[in-house]
Design a protein around this ligand. Structure first.
Ligand SMILES: [Zn+2]
Length: 183
């Protein structure tokens, strides 16, 4: 199993128009957290467009995980070996769903960041769902394409709320997560 951990100060961290005809259920299993569904769908749709995600690929489930350490917000969790299989999902920590810690926009961007990890892994594996995945593209956080796309997701959020300060902060996260968590 591999966890791409989103550190608190680093990686604080739609219906896809082309990828699906039915709206995805954006819910965190095990939590009553309410997210901005319309904006989340927009962010997913932007990711679908940026990465040409094929029709039929759905986002992984989001699952509340109370065991996460206090400095981690969320993580994309997936298996890389047959000996240890865990269904792919985005784990969301207690810290992330406390709006005193993460604003609504910050939270949506964080999920978008994890979805970008998901899309990279799926693309590396021919967009085929599998029990475990081969890692081909390494060091996502410092990958130029990953950085460009996660900035584009910040732009998409900016386009909804025109919060210049938030966009600047999220751009900063893109740089910091490479610097402090390159893997
Ligand atoms: Zn990450």
């Amino acid at each position: 199993m591999r966890r791409c951990l989103a550190l608190l100060f680093l990686c604080l961290l739609a219906l896809p128009l082309s990828a699906s005809a039915n709206s995805h259920e954006w819910k965190i299993k095990g939590s009553s957290y309410q997210m901005d569904i319309v904006l989340m769908e927009r962010v997913w749709a932007r990711l679908v467009k940026e990465m040409n995600i094929p029709v039929g690929i759905e986002p992984p489930p989001m699952i509340f995980d109370s065991s996460y350490p206090s400095d981690v917000n969320m993580a994309f969790v997936y298996s890389i070996m047959p000996e240890y299989i865990v269904p792919s999902h985005i784990a969301v920590s207690p810290r992330a769903i406390n709006k005193k810690n993460l604003s609504a926009d910050h939270f949506i961007w964080g999920i978008g960041h994890e979805l970008t990890h998901f899309a990279f892994v799926m693309r590396d594996n021919g967009w085929k769902y599998a029990p475990y995945y081969v890692e081909k593209t390494k060091h996502h956080h410092c990958n130029r394409e990953f950085q460009r796309i996660t900035k584009a997701l910040a732009d998409e959020i900016w386009d909804a709320h025109h919060d210049d300060t938030m966009r600047a902060f999220l751009y900063g996260e893109v740089i910091l997560v490479c610097e402090y968590s390159p893997d």
